[in-house]
Design a protein around this ligand. Structure first.
Ligand code: NAD
Length: 427
């Protein structure tokens, strides 16, 4: 087989993967559903799964095929909403789980969306920019039958960004013969993007961290922060913490792990990365073995890369006060139990990284009304929505004596299933 073709995900040996984790999280929360319990199976089956073949012409004239997905997990509360991931390991079960977490997150935060997610099984670093554009456009046209401003609205995720959202918006608009800015969020400002969207997920992670710290009497000034993943989410979260007086002491990326107990300059590391210089050449920190990252003592630990990073294998060695899930699904249920037993506050993904979808909601509202807000308005509303939602979860978790994750899933399952119950089953 041509090496540029990725293996279809149904040949993956790992079975249900992240989707299995999502199902366990639903199970842990559903004992209190009462009269809504008859609908719980709804959450254990995605509403709609689309698998597409994406053939593109490479620069050298050959044709390569890639597998793409769009999963709409649940649309009881509104149109589907969720990002698009380009990664060589993307597979159907991963996209199903990510779509499920979007349903929960949107219900927790109270934005009027269901949950969806998309992905293409590709290593985008292997493609030239024209090849990446052709891949994005063909993927968009293939999923064009299920997306739309009132059907399902994609956004950026791992290895996708504003430029890719612009190509998606243009492709969809060309297919429909009219410019449709509200079909995707996370667009450039000049195409109907929202002020504050780029940093929104990281800013929301910080708001949750600040609010959690206030609950346990932990000062932010001088707090030590470790971040895994220094992309859209990790970089912005680290910047917000640094602006509030905290100290970034370790950063792990796909290239390796940097450590400096005296503090890493976030802006300098960002500039180093933007210049595409190797991580190991960064002068302001030392490279340490990747496994050592999880043992560094800190006040805040922020996984902001991929799923299944905090597992039974490393959770027992983690020495932090607050684990803030910037990434989706970074912690397995077994690790959750170990962290809780060790008194570590875990702020789950479905609230911690909800700042992105909250400002995506603002962007969609602004596009539909063609009336754009200032950055202060965006950040102010984001801060209020996130801190109110966090405070509500904190109280619910304390009252029910459960973790924040179980409290979040309980609240979200109730909201989604109540909507389903009121709508009734079609036909
Ligand atoms: P990104 O592509 O901008 O950055 C990903 C970062 O993770 C990079 O620094 C990369 O080097 C690092 N990374 C990848 N694999 C790694 C590994 N095996 N070990 C260590 N580091 C690794 O992606 P992003 O948009 O910042 O997304 C990160 C996470 O946040 C994902 O779980 C995503 O689903 C979640 N998330 C993103 C958004 C958003 O608005 N972008 C919103 C909510 C949640």
């Amino acid at each position: 087989m041509n090496p540029i073709h990725a293996l279809p995900s149904y040949l993956e040996p790992e079975g249900v993967g992240s989707w299995g984790v999502f199902l366990q999280q639903v199970d842990r929360a559903t004992s209190t559903l009462g009269e809504l319990a008859y609908l719980v199976e709804t959450l254990k089956r995605p509403k709609r799964i689309l698998i597409v073949d994406i053939p593109i012409k490479l620069d050298d004239g050959r044709v390569a095929h890639f597998e793409g997905y769009r999963v709409q997990h649940n649309t009881s509360r509104g149109p589907g909403k969720g990002g698009v991931r380009f990664h060589q390991d993307v597979c159907l079960s991963e996209v199903m789980a990510l779509a499920g977490w979007m349903s929960i997150k949107n219900a927790v935060i109270g934005v009027p969306f269901g949950g969806a997610k998309g992905g293409v099984r590709v290593d985008p670093r292997q493609l030239s920019e024209p090849e990446l554009e052709r891949l994005t456009r063909r993927y968009t046209s293939e999923i064009g039958i299920v997306i739309g401003p009132d059907k399902d609205i994609p956004a950026p995720d791992v290895n996708t960004n504003e430029k890719i959202m612009a190509w998606m918006m243009d492709t969809y608009s060309m297919m429909h013969g009219a410019t449709s800015t509200a079909v995707v969020t996370g667009k450039p400002l000049s195409l109907g993007g929202s002020r504050g969207r780029r940093d929104a997920t990281g800013r929301g992670v910080f708001v949750c961290g600040r609010t959690a710290a206030a609950k346990i009497g932990l000062p932010i000034a001088g707090a030590r922060v470790c971040v895994q993943g220094f992309g859209n989410v990790g970089n912005a979260a680290a910047r917000c913490f640094a602006e509030a007086g905290a100290k970034l002491i370790a950063v792990q990326t796909v290239e390796g792990t940097l450590h400096n107990p005296a503090g890493i300059d976030v802006a300098k590391l960002g500039a180093h990365q933007d210049a595409r210089r190797p991580l190991g050449e960064f002068a302001g920190a030392t490279l340490i073995p990747d496994a050592a990252f999880w043992e560094i003592e800190s006040e805040f630990l922020i996984p902001a890369a991929l799923e299944n990073q905090v597992t039974a294998a490393n959770a027992g060695r983690i020495r932090t006060r607050v684990l803030l899930e910037g990434a989706n699904g970074p912690t397995t249920p077994e690790a959750d139990d170990l962290l809780a037993a060790n008194g570590i506050v875990v702020v789950p993904d479905v609230i911690a990284n909800a700042g992105g979808v909250t400002v995506s909601y603002f962007e969609w509202v602004q596009d539909i009304s063609s009336y754009f807000w200032t950055e202060e308005e965006v950040n102010g509303r984001l801060d209020k929505i996130m801190s109110d939602a966090f405070n509500g979860l904190w109280e619910a978790a304390a009252a029910a004596r459960v973790t924040l994750r179980t409290a979040a899933f309980t609240l979200a399952c109730r909201r989604i299933l109540e909507a389903r119950h009121l709508r009734g089953l079609y036909p």
